[in-house]
Design a protein around this ligand. Structure first.
Ligand SMILES: [Cu+2]
Length: 430
């Protein structure tokens, strides 16, 4: 493919980054300011070149319905995040690539995962202390892995030293910190997983925000559940990454203050088959809804819950205790009540007292019929080749305050991402 063709399929901002990336000399990542950790550059590049996972902690099995399952927590980093400086505003660790990170297991089936952020002393790093898990992306680079939605050129894949034809984005999280379960209680299964092989490499992109004047050091944490080996009865999961800025760095313009708008992703014509399990969502503050439509019909509405700093902390701290994060219902009246609080607090980056997205609903079929589950319905069961899928993200700053850049009146970039998991009969690396 010609380079000019590549550029036409990504946004202008991404193109600039891509050009810098492709033409960049050795050390490009540092030159682009990707790495802003506390380590001196020499040590940093040495560390970036190898595995960055430290401190694998064994947790209590978080899938009691699968007795031989294991759960572990791995700390990645530490990452230094610049502060906003004396004039306030935010400091960022922007799209920091870790091309190789410690895997939870070598030859296994992943059963689930979620991400967190913590200080060096193990305390949760969250909005109450001005730290945000802005977003992270987890990649598997290995035999038979291919990205379902970003098939020819992918900037995020390049950032971790791979290509979409030989890697896939298997998980992502923002501060909503949704837990992915492949065998959730509402699905009544114990034999679905994502396969990991000894030769597979995991890569990570870390994007963190710090609202404090001073620089902070934090670990990105991943909690993984798995079973050893590849039991013959297991079915494989394949992730499908929907993004309003597909194949780029996921960021799109946040428009003007006070705007109400929606962003449509480029359509995805499905290219494999299977059973649709569930889909989660990621929006930034100001977001009201994230829809997935198939052939023009909306099949999933992932809804945000806005909460206080204390609520975010309570929810995230459950993960540190080795518990599955509770799903929080998307209660419209609660959401409406939070508008006033959010706006009153000035929204934007004044995190004290404001409300932010602390959870997003998962779209899933409630196969076990459990009452009161805070799920959004999933209106499609079968993924067939040739379906026309479209993601659409809705924002309304009059309902929920959006993020502003520093102390300016300019809106920060926003996102719309959904990861859907599909059960397939195809074995990835058989
Ligand atoms: Cu984001």
């Amino acid at each position: 493919m010609k380079f000019s063709t590549l550029i036409t399929i990504i946004s202008a901002a991404d193109a600039v980054t891509a050009v810098k990336f492709i033409l960049g000399p050795p050390g490009w990542a540092q030159a682009m300011g990707f790495n802003a950790t506390d380590l001196p550059p020499a040590q940093l590049s040495a560390r970036q070149a190898k595995s960055v996972g430290v401190g694998k902690t064994v947790l209590k099995n978080r899938n009691p319905n699968i007795p031989n399952a294991k759960s572990v927590k791995i700390r990645y980093g530490p990452f230094g995040v610049n502060g906003g400086g004396p004039n306030g505003g935010e400091g960022m660790l922007w799209n920091n690539p870790s091309p190789t990170i410690t895997k939870p297991c070598s030859d296994c089936m992943l059963l689930g995962m979620n991400a967190g952020l913590e200080y060096l002393d193990g305390k949760d790093a969250n909005t109450d202390t001005g730290l945000w898990l802005h977003h992270m992306v987890l990649f598997n680079i290995g035999k038979g892995a291919w990205d379902a939605t970003c098939t020819t050129f992918g900037l995020p894949h390049m950032i971790v030293g791979s290509m979409p034809a030989s890697s896939e984005r298997i998980f992502s999280s923002g501060n909503e910190r949704t837990t992915v379960f492949f065998n959730p209680p509402w699905y009544n299964t114990t034999d679905i997983g994502y396969p990991v092989y000894a030769a597979d490499r995991f890569g990570l992109i870390t994007d963190l925000m710090n609202m404090n004047p001073a620089r902070k050091s934090v670990y990105l944490t991943m909690y993984y559940d798995y079973v050893e080996g590849h039991p013959a009865n297991y079915k494989e999961v394949k992730p499908v990454w929907f993004d309003v800025a597909q194949c780029g760095i996921s960021e799109v313009s946040g428009r003007a203050p006070g705007s109400k708008f929606d962003i449509k992703a480029t359509n995805w014509i499905s290219n494999f088959e299977g059973e649709v399990l569930h889909a989660g969502g990621h929006l930034h503050d100001g977001g009201t809804e994230l829809d997935l439509a198939v052939d023009g019909k909306v099949v999933c509405k992932s809804m945000p819950t806005y909460g206080t700093d204390a609520e975010a902390l309570t929810r995230a701290s459950a993960a540190i205790r080795g518990e599955i994060l509770p799903l929080i219902p998307s209660d419209k009246s609660e959401a409406a009540a939070s508008v006033a609080a959010s706006n009153k607090a000035g929204g934007g980056h004044s995190h004290t007292g404001g409300r932010h997205i602390i959870a997003m609903t998962i779209c899933s079929e409630n196969k076990s019929g459990v009452q009161g589950l805070p799920l959004s319905p999933m209106g499609i069961k079968t993924l067939k080749k040739g379906q026309n899928w479209q993601l659409r993200a809705f924002y309304d700053y009059n309902k929920f305050a959006g993020m502003k850049k520093g102390n300016t009146n300019t809106m920060s970039t926003v996102m719309g991402i959904s990861i859907m998991y599909v059960k397939t009969s195809v074995k990835r690396a058989a």
